[in-house]
Design a protein around this ligand. Sequence first.
Ligand SMILES: [Zn+2]
Length: 148
Amino acid sequence: MKKILALLTLLTCINLNAQEFRPDSWCKHLLTDEIIRFSNQHFPQPPRVQPIIYIRATPLNPNFIATAEILSHNQYIINVNPMYMMAEIELERTMIHELQHVLQFYHNRLKTLEQGFLYDDQIYSFNWPYDQRPWELEADSVSALWCD
Ligand SMILES: [Zn+2]
């Protein structure tokens, strides 16, 4: 019984201290109050297990400010292009956009398959125009709603 109690206490501590965001030292400033407020509203809160979201500065194609991907079960990563690291207003909007993608992954609404993207039970080829991808349109409208 003591062991079970100790385990329960440990699990509770882990959950309460679960760190949703793990930014590298270059990206800590991206976690603004707005980003925290957005994530508190949209992601599950303790004691439910929270997703872990790493945020790291990574060289990307200059056309991208940031990208989001699945790292492993319940772990995601937002890659931020160092070229845009100081564009704070644009980065807040971009972070909301990428967090919406993390939510799409988290709720199993968006997946990458061998034959293309699976979004809301429909398959889209990898050639589907970027500006017509419904998950991109959704992420844009959520970030516009939040930031405008
Ligand atoms: Zn996007």
